[in-house]
Design a protein around this ligand. Structure first.
Ligand code: SAM
Length: 266
C-alpha cells in the first residue's frame, strides 16, 4: 500500500493533502520531504515508513534542497542512528554518508546505459564524479579512468568505494576543482562523462577540448523542454554528432536533467 494511504486516519486529511507521499530509498536510508503542514506528524511518517520497509533503518526529512557546490541538501534525522549507508547498483557497492554527498539512485539505469559503452583500455574522464557511480563501473569494464571531485567528503567515499569494488589499478582519483583544467592540458580522452552540477552552464565547453577525435562525450545539462531544440542546434553548430538524447528526471518545477551523447568529429 502507498505511504499516503497508510497515513490516512493517522494524519488529518487537511495536512495530508499537501504531502506527495513519495520517498526515496538509498541503501537502508529513506528520504522524505515532510511539508510544513505535517510538521507535527513527521515522526508518524517515519514510523510508518520503518514499519513497511523492512530494510530501512534510517529515515531522513529533506528540509532544504541541494544548493551548494557540493549539491548536498539539508536533512533532519527522524529515525535511526546513522546516516552512512551501503547502496548496491548493478553488482557494485557504494558506501557514503547520505547527508554529506550528492547521490541519486534515480540515475541508476542511465549510469548503466553510459558505462556499458566503455571498452577495455579506453581512457575516460569523469569530472564531478561524486562517490563514484560512473567511475567504478567504467573502471570495472577496463576503462582507465581519471575522476575529479571537489567535495572532500565525496572524495573520501570515492577512495573507499574504489577499494571496496577492487578497481584501484585503473582509477586516478583527484581531489580538486574540476574547472581548473590546467593539469589536463595535452591529454585526450576516448570518453568524457560530464555529470554537470545544477546551474553550471559552461561544462561542455570546458571539457570538450580534452576529448580525442571521434571521442564520445556524455553531457548532462538542465533546461525546460521547450529550450531543448535550440540547445540541440547549438550542439550541432559546435560540430558534434548527436547520437542520443534523453531526459533524466526533474530537478526543479518545469526543469529537467537531459543527457546528450556527442561524438567529437573535429
Ligand atoms: C550532480 S553531482 C554528480 C555526482 C555523481 N557523478 C553522481 O552521478 O552521483 C555533481 C558533483 O560534482 C561535485 N562538484 C561540484 N562542483 C565541482 C567542481 N567545481 N569541481 C569538482 N567537483 C565539483 C559535487 O560535489 C558533486 O559531487
Amino acid at each position: 500500500m502507498r505511504l499516503k494511504d497508510l497515513l490516512k486516519g493517522r494524519v488529518p486529511d487537511e495536512a495530508l493533502r499537501r504531502f506527495s507521499g513519495r520517498f526515496d530509498v538509498v541503501g537502508d536510508v529513506a528520504i522524505v520531504s515532510v511539508p510544513m503542514e505535517m510538521e507535527a506528524y513527521k515522526h508518524v511518517v517515519a514510523g510508518t515508513i520503518l514499519s513497511t520497509r523492512k530494510n530501512v533503518y534510517t529515515v531522513l526529512n529533506k528540509v532544504q534542497k541541494a544548493a551548494s557546490d557540493s549539491r548536498t541538501a539539508s536533512f533532519e534525522v527522524l529515525a535511526g542512528d546513522t546516516t552512512i549507508t551501503r547502496y548496491r547498483e548493478f553488482g557494485f557497492q557504494y558506501r557514503f554518508d547520505v547527508t554529506k554527498v550528492f547521490f541519486t539512485s534515480r540515475m541508476a539505469y542511465e549510469r548503466r546505459r553510459v558505462t556499458e559503452q566503455v571498452e577495455p583500455g579506453e581512457t575516460v574522464l569523469v569530472p564531478f564524479c561524486g562517490v563514484g557511480p560512473y567511475v567504478i563501473p567504467a573502471a570495472a569494464r577496463g576503462g582507465r579512468v581519471t575522476a575529479i571531485e571537489k567535495n572532500p567528503e565525496a572524495y573520501g567515499w570515492l577512495r573507499e568505494n574504489i577499494v571496496l569494488n577492487h578497481v584501484e589499478g585503473p582509477v586516478t582519483a583527484i581531489l580538486g576543482d574540476a574547472r581548473d583544467t590546467g593539469h589536463l592540458q595535452g591529454k585526450r580522452f576516448d570518453r568524457i562523462i560530464i555529470p554537470t552540477p545544477y546551474g553550471m552552464k559552461d561544462s561542455l565547453d570546458l571539457f570538450a577540448p580534452f576529448a580525442a577525435r571521434d571521442g564520445m562525450i556524455h553531457f548532462y545539462t538542465f533546461g525546460a523542454r521547450n529550450e531543448i531544440p535550440a540547445l540541440v542546434d547549438v550542439l550541432v553548430s559546435k560540430g558534434f554528432d548527436l547520437t542520443f538524447q534523453d531526459e533524466c528526471g526533474n530537478v526543479a518545477p518545469g526543469i529537467k536533467r537531459w543527457v546528450f551523447d556527442l561524438v567529437k568529429t573535429g
